[in-house]
Each structure stands twice: as C-alpha cells, then as structure tokens.
Design a protein around this ligand. Structure first.
Ligand code: FES
Ligand code: FES
Length: 207
C-alpha cells in the first residue's frame, strides 16, 4: 500500500458523499490559506511537487482503463477527465449543470460530469465519447449524427451523443416529442435540434 492509498477516505470502497463533503470543507480551509482561487479545486501537482495533505485518491475506470490519481477533493469529474487524464472530448460549457455539454455515462447512466465530484466515483465505470467509438468503427449514434448533420460548430456534440446513446436504454416514448423532452438537458446554441432528433430516431428505429 502506498502513502496515497492512506491519504484520504476516497481511497476506500463505498465512499459516502458526506465524508467527501467533510473533506472538501477541510480542503477549502487549507486552500483558502494558500491560494487566491478560494473554492476552486487545486490543479494536480507537477512532477516532483509535494501532494497537499488534503488531496484524496480518485480511482476510476474510464473507457475500460483504470486510473488512480491524487486530486483535490473538490475536483469535478469533468475536470478530472479533461485535466487529469487528458480526455478532452467531454466539453465544458456552463460548468453549472445547465447545458449538457459535459454528459458522460456512469455505470451506463448519463450524468452531467460538471456536477459530480471525481472522488465520489471510486470503482465506477465511466464512459466518455472517446470510449464510444473511433474513426472507422463509429457507434451507430455517431454515424447517424454524421449522416443527418446533427451539429454545426460541434461543441455540444459529444454531450448530445452521450445523452442520445444513454436514452436508448431509457423508457421513453416513441415520438419525436418524447425524444425532444428526453434530450432537453442538452442545449445546442447552433440550433441543430431537428437534425439531432432525426439522427436519434433513425438509431431507435433501426432504419
Ligand atoms: S458543462 Fe456541465 S452542464 Fe454545462
Ligand atoms: S453544434 Fe454548435 S452548439 Fe450544438
């Protein structure tokens, strides 16, 4: 067992939310004394730099690969993906749970990764857009978005596709209105909604 294994409660299976929040409170006090960033999570220490005492281990399986990293307990799952393991396909739009650009799957269900703390996902299986398909072997939903031009600038697209693929396993109705309702948490500033719905319906109907 390493020092990091002993570092904090997030290294234990079955981590409860209250424990993480208590640790975050301590982190806020510690960071507030040393950083102008106040409530923001500290970045990962550079190589050779000491790991702050209040950091915890986040151990996640992402796209089938295991990761274990010491992080500020305030690190969101979104920031963990983008800044700690370089999976930048998941986008940060609002960072407040309002746009859906950061949607990923946790154990097969869609969530806004900007609203969830990385350290609370000990043992969870995370899937990001990078784990869904790849050039030459696209997921059917990715192929349908391409076929129907379900995007313009593309910034919302990974979140749209992650929501759309999760939706395939959810008990929603068959109509376009049902799809629009189920996708209402994913905002597209370019207004590609008509084509997005067409892509989703094509996959749902297997046509
Ligand atoms: S970045 Fe997460 S909902 Fe907007
Ligand atoms: S394609 Fe530009 S925000 Fe959706």
């Amino acid at each position: 067992m390493t020092d990091l294994d002993n570092r904090g409660p997030a290294g234990k299976a079955g981590l409860d939310r209250r424990t993480v929040l208590q640790t975050i409170g301590m982190a806020g006090v510690a960071a507030g004394a040393t950083s102008w960033r106040g409530d923001s999570a500290e970045a990962a220490p550079q190589k050779g730099e000491p790991v702050p005492d209040y950091f915890v281990n986040a151990r996640l399986t992402i796209n089938g690969k295991d990761y274990s990293k010491a992080v500020d307990p305030r690190t969101t799952l979104l920031d963990f993906l983008r800044e700690h393991v370089d999976l930048t396909g998941t986008k940060k739009g609002c960072d407040h749970g309002q746009c859906g650009a950061c949607t990923v799957h946790v154990n097969g269900r869609r969530i806004n990764s900007c609203l969830s703390l990385a350290a609370t996902h000990d043992g969870d299986k995370i899937t990001t857009i990078e784990g869904l398909g790849e050039p030459g072997n696209l997921h059917p939903m990715q192929a349908a978005f391409l076929e129907h031009d379900g995007y313009q600038c593309g910034y919302c697209t990974s979140g749209q596709i992650m929501s759309a693929t999760a939706l395939l396993n959810e008990p929603i109705g068959q109509s376009e209105a049902d799809v629009r309702e189920a996708m209402s948490g994913n905002i597209c500033r370019c207004g590609a909604y008509k084509n997005i719905v067409a892509a989703i319906q094509q996959v749902r109907q297997g046509t």
